[in-house]
Write a protein that binds this ligand. Structure first.
Ligand code: PLP
Length: 450
């Protein structure tokens, strides 16, 4: 594949205004083809979206079947059989029967904002109107809409838009490779979890409605898996101070971390679970917030209305696709596949640690990451101006491998990193090819850097 320098000069507003984007043609399984006939392994499921693979006929059929009946009816006028089926499927993934009410949206960001609004309204209606703040973490990402951006701790994405719209206290992340408390796994006493209690005391727990976090951090840092015990401690603190947990499982959920919900890995039940991406495996835009019945019931008995709404909430076509995808995940035992093949993927990624610029490889299930450093011993990141991430991405792409580079390294605090999170159906042989291509890409970039 020849490197193209000329940006797309058509009528679209592309993310990178200086880059050339090839035209996508079709997809099947873990592969994508462009219109020039180049084939790529979708090593990141796009942006950690595609779980069941591309081109699944059952989803196409479900889509057609629903389109033949009706594609749109407004959620304030009707429910639909598809919506009922989709919520049944979603609820069946939840670790507790308490999590049984779904609110559907079209993507992750609006689902996050919905969850935050629900938390606020819940406390108002529960007679605690002063509980309005949401605490979140640095090195996290919750979406690009104004509120979600403020909640997130993705410095590179926030920088252009400050001052941000919400006051959201941030605590340190659970980033074991670069522990803010200078602990090692052996000396760690979950100080990063206790940081939540400290922040609650600073802010006043009576003013805090919720704590929001990704169970495993994705876009900002490349699959940060917290130490065992972290989420249990967070749950205990939130229970003690009457604070809701919003688990942002937009990337990490729906089987991606090898369990139905990401928090199942630690047997922790959140008060709200936010999902998108894998919920529809990219076949249609779809997001959801699942809430505990006590939240729904408090609002139902109180004002009786969640003063919210989006035009495409519970869109029948999207609901039919969501239901079909979740059914497919179950029927093909894909959560188990994500867990088992994910383990193989991680083992293979660990073999890249002998490369000079690979600082860390990590992950859980089919949700893995690689962090690049200038010095493996000191963990010194590369100068962001070198754009190591973009270079690795481009070198892999030219070889026919798609990765998902993060921009978290742009603040110079952490290293460049990339997510490796292929569809759950990837085979061992395809994992081997992915690793070979990634190794070659990293070696090529290393030669350029030194
Ligand atoms: N939350 C997390 C953890 C995400 O990774 C993302 C997107 O990458 C979002 C929220 C926002 O989702 P969307 O891009 O669908 O709005």
């Amino acid at each position: 594949m020849a490197e193209q320098q000329i940006p797309n000069l058509d009528g679209n507003f592309y993310r990178n205004l200086r880059k050339y984007y090839p035209t996508v043609d079709r997809g099947e399984g873990v592969y994508i083809w462009d219109t020039d006939g180049n084939r790529y392994i979708d090593g990141s499921g796009g942006a950690c979206v595609v779980s069941i693979g591309h081109g699944v006929k059952e989803i196409r059929e479900a889509m057609l079947k629903q389109a033949d009946r009706i594609s749109f009816a407004h959620g304030s006028h009707f429910t639909s059989e598809a919506a009922i089926e989709c919520s049944e499927q979603v609820v069946s993934l939840m670790p507790s029967p308490e999590l049984n009410k779904c609110y559907f949206l079209s993507e992750g960001s609006t689902a996050i904002e919905t969850a935050v609004k629900l938390a606020r309204q819940y406390w108002r209606e529960a007679g605690k109107p002063d509980k309005f703040k949401t605490i979140s973490r640095w090195t996290s990402y919750h979406g690009n809409t104004a509120g979600a951006l403020a909640l997130g701790g993705h410095t590179a994405r926030r920088r252009h838009y400050q001052p941000l719209i919400l006051h959201t206290p941030h605590i340190e992340p659970a980033y074991c490779y670069r522990c803010s408390f200078e602990k090692t796994p052996e000396t760690c006493n979950l100080e990063c979890a206790d940081a939540l209690e400290r922040m609650l005391k600073y802010e006043g727990p009576d003013s805090v409605s919720a704590f929001i976090a990704e169970p495993v951090v994705g876009a900002t840092a490349g699959a940060l898996v917290p130490k065992d015990g972290y989420w249990q401690r967070i749950r205990a603190i939130c229970d003690q101070y009457d604070v809701l947990i919003i688990s942002d499982e937009v990337m990490a959920g729906v089987g991606r971390c090898g369990q139905n919900t990401a928090l199942d890995n630690w047997n922790v039940v959140a008060d709200m679970v936010v999902m998108a991406k894998g919920l529809s495996s990219g076949y249609i835009p779809l997001g959801a917030v699942v809430v505990k019945e006590k939240i729904w019931e408090t609002i139902r008995r109180g004002s009786g209305a969640f003063v919210h709404g989006h035009t495409y909430s519970m869109n029948p076509l999207a609901m039919a696709v969501g239901a079909a995808v979740l059914k497919y995940v179950k029927e093909h035992d894909l959560v188990r596949k994500a867990r088992e093949m994910g383990q193989y993927l991680l083992e293979q990624l660990h073999t890249l640690r002998n490369l000079e610029i690979v600082g860390d490889t990590r992950g859980i299930g089919m949700f893995c990451g690689v962090e690049f450093v200038r010095d493996q011993t000191t963990k010194t990141p590369f100068d962001p101006k070198l754009k190591v991430n973009a270079k690795v991405f481009q070198a892999a792409f030219q070889r026919g491998l798609i990765t998902y580079p993060g921009s978290g390294g742009a603040d110079g605090i952490q290293g460049d990193h990339t997510l490796i999170c292929p569809p759950f159906i990837i085979t061992r042989e395809q994992v081997d090819t992915l690793i070979t291509l990634l190794r070659e890409a990293i070696e090529t970039v290393t030669q350029e850097l030194y």
